[in-house]
Structure formats: C-alpha cells, structure tokens
Design a binder for this molecule. Structure first.
Ligand code: ATP
Length: 356
C-alpha cells in the first residue's frame, strides 16, 4: 500500500484513528506531531487534550496498532503530552488571565461532601500532571485549608505595579486560596452580598494563579450570592453537583442544577457521595445507609451524566481531618479510585466541551 516509510505514510495510517470522546481523527485534531523515522523505528508525539485523559492507554494502543501495520516498521514509540484547551469565551464575561478552565463544585445542601470532592478532584488532576488551583469560596465553612494540609498557612500579600496581589498557598500539587486564610475561624462572619461579591472577585482576579489548566471553585452550599457572583463574573467550563442518595439532598441538588443551567453554565454531571458504607474491618461488605440509586435516578431525570459514586469510608474522613486527601493517603481505596475516575471524567468532558 505504501512504498516508502516516511512521515506522510505514518500520518496516513493514523488518519482513521479517532479520539474516542471527540469522535474526530487524531491527525485532523493536530494531536499527532513530530513524526520521526529512523530505519524501521517510528516515533511521534501524541498531544492529548488533557493530562488527565481517561482514555490515554486506549488511544496510544490504537496508534501503535495502526502504525505497526505499515511495512518495514519494527518499533513504534509514542511520546505522550497534553495541551488542555482554553474554554470558550463569552462576550459579557472576562476570563482569568492564564486560567484555561474554571469549574464549580457545588451542592444543594451542606455536609454532603462537596469540599471532600473538590479537594480530592483537584489533587487527582494535579497527580496526572495538570496545573491546578482551588478557590475555596465556601465562606460558611472554609475547610479546604485543613483538608489540603494548609491549616496553618498564611496567605502572602504583595504590592505590585498593578496593586496588591495574593500569593496562593500550595500543597499536594494544588494552589489554594481560601476564605479560611482571611477570617478568624472562631469568629462568626456575617457576609453581605456586596462584600462577598468583592472577595470572590478579588480571589479570581487579584491572585497570582499563574498558568492553570483547571481552577476549581469550592462553592458554598445552596444557590445564593456567591453562585451568582461567580457565574456572572467569569465564563465557566462547567459545574459539578455533589449529592448524597437521600431524597432531600437530591431535591436540593435539582435546584442547584437549574440555577447553573439558567446562568448558561454547563452542568458536567452529578457526583453521588456517601453512596454506601464500607466497614473497615469487612472491606467486602456494603451498607446502603442512605438508600441507593438516587444519584443515577436524578442524573437520568435531569439528563446529565452521573460522574461517579463515592462510598462512605472512615479513611476518607480521616484524610480530610489530617490534611492528606484520600487520593494521596490511600490511592488504592475504593473512595480514592472513585474520586480519581471522577476527576478524569470531568477533565474529559471539559475538553470535549471546549473542542466541539
Ligand atoms: N465519602 C466519604 N466518606 C467518609 N467521610 C466523608 C465522605 N465525604 C465527606 N466525608 C466527611 O463528611 C464531612 C463533611 O464533608 P465536607 O466538608 O466535604 O462536606 P461539605 O458538603 O463541603 O460541607 P459544608 O457544606 O459544611 O462545606 C467531613 O468530615 C468529611 O471528611
């Protein structure tokens, strides 16, 4: 079929290979670059659309199989890198310079594990090599500093030509700015709309976030001022809604979902947390403490994907309290595996939305 083994013939055999999520040719998406031939050895770079690509191995295997079909090929070497696409811009909302995607982690009611999901998803994305920031906008319970092992960190304010800027704290590969760094944890704070508005905008635009693939915003529970400020200020790549299997939590998450939809923020999906309890002394057992199947039912009803279900495990709570998220403390636990899969699913959906 091909007389000579050259970069053109390599690109031609790779042309039918598709990105399974984007359903387009890798060659046409400019994901194959730098093709080199050395005797029978073919090497090239595969540029994925996110370092957290859930189908990385699958795509590499497809490429290798296709190129090995070329006569004369003795070895195929694929160097995998990633370029996360910038989300689509909106005419009425300015993005944050250097930040490619802003994602909200939200919940209809408190205590469902929203911060646990936000922190672990952020760390799991960073573990894949993505550049990640976490903005803790949960003014009523800013737990992210504790969960990320930064309870005693102090935020640095620097004066620059552009005015004062905040330097985020950093741990487990994630940059963090939190209301918790600004308020005295033992003092109740009454936030009025404009004040809250100002702080959220400051956290978006006056923080030295640098280059980020993903800025994850841990929202306060409910559908109040913070949600409005955020969705009206910046273009958002999407929102993830955390719920538990109970009916009340599900009803509340429906409200949250509608709010994002009204603000034209794509809802990437629902995460069901505390889906079932795994006793530490009987890891093969499961108890459906809060019922079962609620997350998938709501997801189906509202026509959004269920991104995953996270069990209730003592080690997840301990990881949060100790500042070592479960995806770091016990990466092989059922919760960590679920959280890592959720992080990859989110990254995959964000790339698809940006490129289609
Ligand atoms: N899957 C889980 N297994 C065990 N414990 C969990 C799990 N998810 C969350 N928790 C624990 O439940 C408590 C509440 O979780 P978290 O703070 O993440 O919820 P939240 O929805 O952000 O709450 P708030 O509305 O107060 O901010 C924490 O102690 C956390 O460690």
């Amino acid at each position: 079929m091909y007389d000579v083994l050259d970069s053109r013939s390599v690109l031609e055999v790779l042309r039918p290979v598709q990105d399974p999520e984007l359903r387009k040719s890798l060659v046409e998406l400019n994901m194959i670059r730098n093709v080199k031939i050395d005797g029978g050895k073919v090497s090239f770079t595969l540029v994925l659309t996110t370092p957290a690509c859930p189908l990385r191995e699958f795509i590499v295997e497809d490429c290798e199989k296709a190129v090995k079909k070329l006569p004369g090929v003795t070895e195929v070497s694929v160097d995998v890198t990633a370029e996360t696409p910038q989300q689509k811009s909106l005419p009425d909302r300015n993005g944050v310079p250097g930040v490619k995607n802003i994602l909200a982690v939200s919940s209809g009611k408190g205590g469902v594990g929203k911060s646990t999901v936000a922190v672990n998803v952020a760390v799991a994305l960073a573990q894949t090599g993505a550049k990640v920031g976490l903005l803790d906008a949960d003014i009523y319970g800013p737990n992210d500093p504790t969960m990320l092992g930064l309870a005693d960190a102090e935020i640095v304010v620097r004066s620059t030509e552009k005015g004062e800027v905040l330097e985020p704290a950093f741990n487990h590969g994630v940059k963090l700015v939190s209301m918790g760094f600004l308020i005295d944890r033992d003092q109740p704070v009454i936030w009025r709309g404009p004040m809250l508005n100002g702080v959220i905008r400051q956290f978006l635009y006056q923080v030295e976030w640098g280059e980020l693939d993903y800025l994850i915003v841990d929202m306060p529970p409910g559908t109040g001022d913070a949600q409005l400020t955020l969705t009206q200020s910046v273009p958002m790549s999407g929102a993830v809604i955390v719920t538990t299997p109970q009916t009340v939590a599900l009803l509340d998450s429906r409200k949250g979902l509608r709010m994002f939809q009204q603000m034209n923020v794509p809802v990437l999906g629902i995460v069901e947390n505390m889906s079932y309890f795994i006793p530490p002394d009987q890891p093969d057992k499961q108890y459906d403490i809060f019922g079962s199947g609620g997350g998938s039912k709501t997801a189906a009803e509202l026509e959004v994907p269920l991104l995953g279900c996270i069990p209730l495990e003592i080690s997840t709570r301990v990881g949060g309290d100790n500042g070592v998220p479960i995806v770091v403390a016990d990466p092989d636990s059922a919760s960590a595996k679920a959280l890592k899969a959720i992080a990859l699913a989110i990254a995959g959906r964000v790339s698809v939305a940006a490129l289609t």
